[in-house]
Design a protein around this ligand. Structure first.
Ligand code: S3P
Length: 429
């Protein structure tokens, strides 16, 4: 499918409730499957990625009922999964494959895991490597560095893994496998990655010890079924925040935005660039801080984005590149080499497509440099089947001199199936 986004005639106005957080939705279904008894999940994101997690857990013998506004999972405990009779297909979802691998490493049976073309290019050795150190038997393409791979677990041992990357997927996979060991398993990272696993394991009754850059679990702890309310996804909200910040005269409110401090790098960037952003109704939802955000158009200035800030906004960089194109001065994004191993190489895809629309920017080894303020032109751009590239390109259409046609927008359903609907609500004010 293609979508043509026309320049906004007046301004963006109105209120949107942000759909459920993708990272938290995955974890809710996965952990509920491993818990003793029933769990009820509300606010679950019915995006393609999270539906892949549901499909995989069903193939592992878990009953998951999708009702109108809730998901009911009949957990069978840590050792209740059964050997799948089919391959486990994770589709486009890096979170599904990496977290699931941690769980499968603990099982006394064999599973084969595959994904789509994008998954086939993404590094899996960062997870299969440490799982092998824990004694899991993993075999697959290029020594299980890539999909497809096969896992057979059992008899795992605890390790202290010093991860070379700040990755919540890696950390979570190892901690989940750690539940199947008789010892403690600990992960230390170079910077703190998102901590939804640590928070949610606590909600399921598991003790997790957390220090600045480390998290550890003792094996053998049982998860107990519970109720989880999933807050809205700040990564989805980001696209609308940027829309509000760059379309002259706009004022929009986004309700139900998850404000976990490991995810709020975008809020820091908006404030530092001079955006007019207010945070109201701060509360907790499912163990996660949540708030309503209001953004109004204002003049923006460039900044440097690097260091510990990067893991707190890594998924937001495609949208931030569009934001920076409308800021006065030169924005430098560095230390972001992880962008190269996302759904696409997002350094290349962002720069190639934005340059097509007239943005003055260049790629670097570990990020990009954006010279603002650019006049955006209309034209045709690709999403490369990457949801966040598709949404970033759509933002350009709102302020371009003529319509922007975004090709292959189906991918947006991975994380934000109602993106164009919500954008229309705001366009019509
Ligand atoms: C995620 C972690 C991040 C993020 C991804 C979701 C998660 O990936 O980019 O969209 O849910 O744990 P890494 O763990 O590779 O940094």
């Amino acid at each position: 499918m293609n979508e043509v986004v026309k320049p906004v005639e007046k301004k963006l106005k109105g209120t949107v409730t942000i759909p459920g957080d993708k990272s938290i939705s995955h974890r809710a279904v996965l952990f509920a499957s491993l818990a003793e008894g029933e769990s009820i999940i509300t606010g679950f994101l019915r995006g393609d990625d999270c539906l892949s997690t549901i499909a995989c857990m069903r193939k592992l013998g878990i009953q998951i009922d999708e009702e109108d506004d809730r998901i009911v999972v009949k957990g069978k405990g840590l050792n209740g999964l059964t050997e799948p009779s089919e391959v486990l297909d994770v589709g486009n979802s890096g979170t599904t494959i990496r977290l699931l691998s941690g769980v499968l490493a603990g099982q006394n049976f064999s599973s084969v895991v595959v994904g789509d073309d994008s998954i086939a290019k993404r590094p899996m050795g960062r997870v299969t490597g440490p799982l092998k150190m824990m004694n899991a038997s993993v075999d697959g393409r290029k020594n299980a560095e890539y999909t497809p791979f096969q896992l057979r677990g059992g008899n795992l041992k605890g390790i202290h893994y010093i991860s070379p990357v700040a990755s919540a997927q890696v950390k979570s996979a190892i901690l989940l496998a750690g539940l199947y060991t008789p010892e403690e398993t600990k992960v230390t990272e170079p910077s703190k990655s998102r901590d939804h696993t640590e928070r949610m394991l606590e909600s399921f009754g598991v003790d997790v010890s957390v220090t600045d850059y480390s998290a550890a679990v003792k094996g053998g702890q049982q998860l107990k079924g519970t109720s989880i309310e999933v807050p809205g996804d700040i990564s989805s909200a980001t696209f609308l925040l940027v829309a509000g910040a760059i379309v002259p005269g706009s004022e929009i409110t986004l309700e139900n935005v998850g404000m976990n401090p490991t995810r709020t790098g975008i809020i820091d960037v908006l404030h530092r660039m001079g955006a007019d952003l207010s945070i109201d109704n701060e509360r907790k939802l499912g163990g996660e801080p949540t708030a309503d955000l209001t953004i109004r158009y204002s003049n923006l200035s460039a900044m440097t984005i690097d260091g510990d800030l990067i893991p707190r906004l890594i998924d937001e960089i495609p949208a931030i590149a569009v934001l920076a194109s409308q800021a006065q001065g030169t924005t430098v994004i560095r230390d972001a080499q992880e962008l190269k191993v996302k759904e696409t190489n997002r350094i290349d895809t962002v720069v190639q497509q934005l340059v097509k629309l007239g943005v003055d920017m260049e790629a670097t080894e570990d990020g990009m440099i954006i010279h603002g303020k650019s006049t955006i032109q209309g034209g045709t751009v690709q999403s490369y089947h990457d949801h966040r590239i598709g949404m970033a390109m759509a933002l350009c259409g709102l302020i371009a001199s003529s319509p922007v046609r975004v090709e292959d927008t189906d991918a947006i359903a991975v994380s934000y199936p109602t993106f164009f609907q919500d954008l229309n609500t705001l366009t019509e004010g």
